[in-house]
Write a protein that binds this ligand. Structure first.
Ligand code: GLU
Length: 504
């Protein structure tokens, strides 16, 4: 089924500058972006900063950098301009004031200083919040010594607002829960519902694609559309994203800042692909899709209602007070075996080797590897060794450590199992002599020489390869041993073997 969409739809992603870009927000932005691109529409970035007091510039920069990193380019908004700006809510207060006056004049808004009941106990507030019956704006306005501007629900007006949501279908809010609500606070600042509707109307937004957490706000917003005499947009509320424990992902429990994914060595195009499939599918079983393929296949009616599963292989809980570095380390540890990691590996395999080298370079630099030690061509060959195996840039940079850092210690288990058993050290000594006499140090020649050596010794390949591996890397994992020897170079390889032979 293909939906009917007016020509040139206008959509927006409207993050609040909280100091990080939430991956759930990225998913919302991706859906808006795909929808706009599919229909030749306009994708707007608007900064919902009415509540941001400090470090606005820094917080906006984080959003912009994150959007650019993921590959989400907007048509109107910060840095781009556009005919319906400014694109910062903090710069649009005159517009909210004008809309407020209009509502006041038509009898749909009034200034009042309200007392709302006695102070409720905290547990009751929590309960009301859970039931979606708590109105933070009302509570705050009641505390404020100044009057606030309230939207007036007309007496006798039907309260059970019914609307068609592109994801939820016919959605109706139960009657009698809508009270008059705050539009402007005592200090003149607009509430979220008011600022959002004013902007969405003025910016000509035709489709509002956002998280399900805003479903409960929609009836209030619909009332405002009607009172302001504006046509309703099409709403589409995206399912929540759940973690492996079936809870809504949150900053406390989960790695939500998009920078953590970057720090873990995920490719932005892989994260884009992965996030696009959180709650949407192209209608067939394709999982790896280019951006163009996603655009071509995108449709709001294939967004699922059930919560989207964002599963990590969590081995321990994420301590809520963790630093960013600790969070990134936690994420790196929780990625193995996940779909996201698999997908990233697939994207890494597809990159031309030169491009992969450039992507992994910052991670290698981060480890302090001396990249100038190898000629550019050799560096590419080294990276190539891990292209099929590593699934993140971070893993790739770690797996290549042996090429840049000689082992300063040997894994005691490896020493015990590999060097001390099966004549490991004796074989290492003999293979060292064989290698020393090897004129051709190419991977192929080394592979042949090692095979012949193994045959002559009438032993298993591993009994020869593993001691060399421990000597070169300090541990038992490395790329194929002939490649490792060849790329590390004759002198360095022999020197490392000599050092291992000194192990008592
Ligand atoms: N600033 C709001 C948020 O981040 C925007 C919600 C909306 O899209 O209406 O949740």
């Amino acid at each position: 089924m293909s939906e009917s969409v007016p020509s040139k739809p206008r959509v927006r992603f409207a993050p609040s500058p909280t100091g990080y870009l939430h991956v759930g927000g990225v998913r919302t932005a991706i859906f808006n972006y795909l929808f706009a691109r599919k229909h030749g529409g306009t994708f707007i970035l608007r900064i919902d900063d009415t509540d941001t007091k400090r470090n606005l510039e820094e917080a906006v920069k984080i959003i912009i950098d994150g959007m650019k990193w993921v590959g989400l380019d907007w048509d109107e908004g910060p840095g781009k301009g556009g005919s319906v700006g400014p694109y910062y809510q903090s710069q649009r207060f005159d517009k909210y004031k004008a809309a407020a006056e209009k509502l006041e004049k038509s009898g749909r808004a009034y200034w009042a200083k309200k007392q709302i009941g006695d102070k409720l106990p905290d547990w009751k507030i929590e309960k009301m919040k859970k039931a979606g019956k708590w109105d933070d704006d009302l509570a705050k306005a009641a505390q404020d010594p100044n009057p606030a501007l309230y939207f007036k629900i007309h007496e006798g007006e039907p309260q059970d607002i019914v609307f068609e949501d592109a994801v939820w279908g016919r959605y109706s809010r139960p009657a009698d829960v809508l009270n008059d609500y705050v539009l402007l606070r005592g200090d003149g600042t607009p509430t979220y519902n008011f600022a959002t509707v004013c902007d969405d109307i003025e910016m000509g937004i035709t489709h509002i694609i956002r998280g399900e957490d805003h479903l409960a706000n929609t009836p209030k917003q619909i009332n405002l559309y009607k009172a302001l005499g504006a046509p309703l947009p099409q709403f589409a509320h995206l399912p929540m994203i759940h973690n492996d424990k079936g809870e809504k992902i949150s900053k406390r429990r989960d790695p939500v800042a998009v920078t953590l994914y970057e720090a873990c060595g995920l490719l932005p195009e892989a994260l884009f692909n992965f996030m696009a499939l959180l709650g949407w599918s192209p209608g067939d079983d394709r999982e790896l899709l280019t951006k163009d393929e996603m655009i071509a296949a995108f449709s709001l009616d294939r967004i699922k209602l059930a919560p989207a599963q964002f599963t990590l292989t969590r081995k321990r809980d994420l301590p809520p007070e963790s630093t960013d570095n600790e969070r990134a380390a936690w994420l790196a540890e929780s990625l193995p075996g996940t779909k996201l990691e698999w997908m990233n590996g697939e994207y890494m395999k597809k990159l031309p080797i030169g491009a992969l080298l450039e992507r992994v370079r910052p991670f290698m630099d981060g480890h302090g590897y001396d990249m100038k030690k190898f000629a550019p061509e050799r560096l590419e060959q080294i990276v190539k060794l891990e292209q099929e195996r590593a699934r993140t840039l971070r893993q790739l940079s770690e797996n290549l450590r042996l090429f840049f850092v000689a082992p300063s210690a040997y894994d005691p288990k490896a020493v015990e199992k590999v060097l001390k058993k099966n004549d490991g050290l004796a074989l290492l000594k003999e293979v060292r002599a064989m290698l020393d006499a090897q004129a051709d140090w190419s991977p192929h020649a080394l592979e042949e020489a090692l095979k012949q050596f193994v045959e002559a010794k009438n032993t298993k390949f591993g009994n020869v390869a593993q001691p060399i591996r421990v000597a070169l890397s300090g541990a038992t994992v490395s790329p194929p041993i002939h490649d490792t020897l060849a790329l590390l170079g004759r002198d360095e390889s022999l020197a490392r073997i000599d050092r291992a032979l000194l192990i008592p």
